[in-house]
Design a protein around this ligand. Sequence first.
Ligand SMILES: Nc1ncnc2c1ncn2[C@@H]1O[C@H](COP(=O)(O)OP(=O)(O)OP(=O)(O)O)[C@@H](O)[C@H]1O
Length: 318
Amino acid sequence: MAIIEVSGLRKAYGGRPVVDGVSFSVEEGEIFGILGPNGAGKTTTVECVEGLRVPDAGTVRVAGLDPVADHEQVTRILGAQLQESELQEKLTVREALELYSAFYPKPADWRILAERLDLTDRLTARFGKLSGGQKQRLFIALALIGNPRVVVLDELTTGLDPRARRDTWKLIEDVRDSGVTVLLVTHFMEEAQHLCDRVAVINTGRVAALDTPAGLIGRSAHSTVISFTPSRPLGDDDLATLPAVATVERKDGRLVINGTNETVNAVLSLLARHGITAQELRVADATLDAAFLDLTAGPTAGLTTGPEATADLTQQES
Ligand SMILES: Nc1ncnc2c1ncn2[C@@H]1O[C@H](COP(=O)(O)OP(=O)(O)OP(=O)(O)O)[C@@H](O)[C@H]1O
């Protein structure tokens, strides 16, 4: 069942459209990602879902309610993550939890939330003295304090080190597993790939694609990365005849070919025909990075050779 439904959403600032006909629905119990480059219109979209901005056109429903007209009811269903500037530096963790509990008629027990989010040791610490990861954990606790059915997390892990980011991912999964739907705004492909059940890729105010992370990767021209060292040189003409090749790179005697599953078989047949062996052959799925670049780039998308293919492969192999 859809808990959030957005249909034909439009919003312009000063006559400039920044959200231009966005539609998607979020099923109850999923982590739904909104992924896109800077300025794509992600925050404006979720602020319309939260009822913080009034759409110029289109409809938004949260559990069947209008976030603007039924704002008070929606705030009981939807928990939003605060921005850092919205908490005073001198407020302690305990004060923040107590203060936000007081906003709701039936708040969650903040002590349990603090325990769950590993904040019990920091209850007397002032907000300004918390580490980045601790601040994010507090924001998650505050977003959950009203026992929401859906929580909106916007760029939650920006600025965190890799360890703190992974810890925060685990917490977000725990939130989903506890039955809360998560609407997650991110521009980290790895984060979307790791966490999200489905992802809407937003580019220049429009939904460029909506699918599972695996589905997005599968539809990319770069879904598979094949790399090997040929036992003897292989001509460019031969490579050009391979089906579904997106890019070919040569690096230190190795060939790195971005393509699809179809390309793998074709490469192996080509090598066999020429009596060439593929030394240290590696076949890896591309990451969401490549699909994202395909979906958000201009008309030459998928045709250019970038460092991403190699980076993807390195990630897969490490
Ligand atoms: N209140 C506002 N007034 C005018 N322009 C705005 C306002 N808020 C956002 N914008 C502009 O609208 C565009 C979309 O902004 P938005 O914050 O929705 O994008 P985003 O995808 O969340 O970007 P980012 O990843 O950089 O946060 C940007 O060009 C931004 O500068």
